[in-house]
Write a protein that binds this ligand. Structure first.
Ligand SMILES: Cc1cc2nc3c(=O)[nH]c(=O)nc-3n(C[C@H](O)[C@H](O)[C@H](O)COP(=O)(O)OP(=O)(O)OC[C@H]3O[C@@H](n4cnc5c(N)ncnc54)[C@H](O)[C@@H]3O)c2cc1C
Ligand code: FES
Ligand code: FES
Length: 499
């Protein structure tokens, strides 16, 4: 085993090198158990309630960008090289009577707290909104943006109206706070923490490794094919906190440079998205190219989940109700998988994304392989594309059903049709019979009716607590009809809530 290279980060303004911890430790466990910071609360311990929200600062050139994360599922070791801010950091000084941060003062002034349990999480989410607004003053902060920022924070006492008022006030608060004033210096300190080598350590037989290049990641995978890869930990984190699973090696892919890139390899495509690209970092670009995907992206988890979760993690997890696979399959996405080759080289293979999902719980990922990137064709002017998500809550909820539709017309007739669903089978799957029923037909109500009927040959959906089989089938058929109605009215790629 290589020599340990321990992790270090800034906790507020202090350099912190927390040695001797199990790599499964979450930020929340460490804050409350070891760092004596109990302002951050535990509610659900599964990323749903936002009581544990903290701000994580990452260097962006000469400044720092703060984003909200759920500390309850974020591995402590993933903080390496970053700055962690908790509610204790915000006031001017850690003493009674010290001036509060503008977001704290706004919560006081608008009576935004009753029992207070959710309050530290709200304050931290509002803190990140305050900073984003200071850094991007041209992006308006309207009601839907505030709703979006607060969607991952649950309050059951106060009601949201005063908290929304606090958001408004804190955004309007004049002047930079001390974090903004110190941003240049903090960025320099973070730059000094950046490393050329991989962070790695072992505690009680459990190893954490954070390789910085794809070659190094694949070497780790060759040595430890059973290592559990971790990206945003928005799935893995729950296996640890809720199912109490333990892994011998946790292999963090979030620092692998090649997996964090989004690039257009040629002006006419394809668009390549690295497996470790987080939703928040891909949202604007994906929505610009595929506006029909935007609403689903904004409804995938909430801000804290999108700041951590990755597209590669969603695919690799293989869930039948993951939202990205149907959206990408309908676009004709290809998946690039990589593993270590001879003499330190990298071997890749490329498959259709739909072929990755073999059956429930089984994906086409060979020993030593990782998901490297997704390749997406760029949209053409003669195509219609939309994604619709059906869930019990509008945001921060897993889909009962997700339908993605892509049609290309040649004149009035359908030249190409790709329809993919999540939630209709044990894996995300195309509706091939429905597609066949559409091909060559005039894009009309008649053709849609035939395709809706043909869908009976495509799926026999299950009933579970999210939806019954008959509901799923009816909703899947109706989504196809909705897609046709919207395309016929010329608005299939509509823009949505929270734009
Ligand atoms: C509160 C909450 C709400 C959520 N809402 C939604 C939702 O609305 N829609 C939805 O689809 N999902 C949702 N999820 C699930 C989750 O956020 C997504 O599946 C997310 O994309 C997982 O990405 P991650 O980076 O966190 O993956 P991780 O949890 O880090 O990993 C997930 C799996 O992928 C593997 N893995 C990661 N990267 C690679 C790689 N490069 N190569 C091979 N294997 C890899 C891991 O080993 C693991 O098996 C939600 C989760 C939470 C906690
Ligand atoms: S404790 Fe509920 S999201 Fe973390
Ligand atoms: S003030 Fe009690 S849950 Fe929000």
């Amino acid at each position: 085993m290589p020599t340990a290279v321990p992790i270090r980060f800034l906790l507020g303004d202090e350099l912190c090198e927390p040695g001797g911890f199990d790599p499964h430790t979450t930020v929340l466990e460490w804050l409350r158990g070891r760092a004596d910071r109990r302002g951050t609360k535990e509610g659900c311990a599964e990323g749903d309630c936002g009581a544990c929200t903290v701000a994580v600062g990452e260097r962006r050139g000469e400044t720092v960008r703060y984003r909200a994360f759920n500390a309850c599922i974020l591995p402590l070791a993933a903080l390496d090289g970053k700055q962690l801010l908790t509610v204790e950091d915000l006031a001017e000084a850690p003493r009674p009577g010290a001036a509060l941060h503008p977001v704290q003062q706004a919560m006081v002034d608008t009576h935004g707290a009753q029992c207070g349990f959710c309050t530290p999480g709200f304050v931290m989410s509002l803190f990140t909104l305050h900073h984003r607004h200071r850094n991007e003053p041209d992006r308006p902060v309207n009601r839907s943006v505030i709703d979006r920022v607060l969607a991952g924070n649950l309050c059951r006492c106060t009601g949201y109206a005063p908290i929304v008022r606090a958001a408004r006030r804190s955004v309007d608060a004049a002047g930079p706070d001390r974090f903004e004033q110190q941003a240049g210096r903090t960025a320099q300190r973070l730059a000094a923490l950046e490393r050329g080598d991989d962070a790695r350590f072992t505690h009680d037989g459990v190893t954490w490794a954070a390789p910085r290049s794809l070659a190094a990641l694949l070497e780790w995978l060759r040595e430890c094919p059973d290592a559990r890869m971790v990206a945003g930990a928005t799935d893995v984190g729950l296996w640890v906190t809720k199912q109490l699973q333990r892994f011998e090696t946790l292999l963090y892919v979030g620092e692998v440079e090649e997996l964090r890139r989004v690039e257009l390899t040629a002006p006419d495509g394809p668009l390549e998205i690295g497996a470790a690209v987080r939703y928040s970092d891909a949202l604007d670009l994906l929505s610009a190219h595929y506006p029909g995907m935007r609403e689903m992206l904004l409804r995938l988890g909430a801000e804290q989940v999108r700041n951590a979760g990755t597209i590669g993690g969603n695919i690799a997890n293989g869930s039948p109700i993951g939202d990205m696979p149907p959206a990408l399959i309908a676009l004709g996405a290809r998946l690039v998988l990589a593993r270590a080759g001879a003499e330190g080289g990298i071997e890749t293979r490329e498959i259709d994304l739909e072929d990755f999902f073999i059956e429930y719980g089984r994906q086409d990922l060979r020993p030593g392989e990782c998901v490297a990137r997704v390749r997406l064709p760029l949209p053409r002017p003669d195509q219609y594309y939309s994604v619709y998500k059906i869930s019990k809550r509008f945001v921060q909820d897993i889909s009962a059903l997700c339908g993605a539709f892509h049609v290309r017309l040649d004149g009035e007739r359908v030249a190409d049709a790709r329809i993919a669903y999540g939630g209709m089978a044990g894996v995300p799957r195309r509706a091939r019979a429905a597609e066949q029923a559409l091909l060559g037909q005039v894009w009309s109500e008649d053709a849609i009716e035939h395709a809706r009927e043909a869908m009976a040959d495509d799926f026999e959906p299950l009933s579970d607590w999210r939806a019954s089989s008959s509901y799923r089938m009816l909703a899947a058929r109706n989504l196809l009809r909705r897609f046709w109605l919207e395309s016929a009215s010329g608005a299939p790629q509509r823009l949505v809530v929270g734009a």
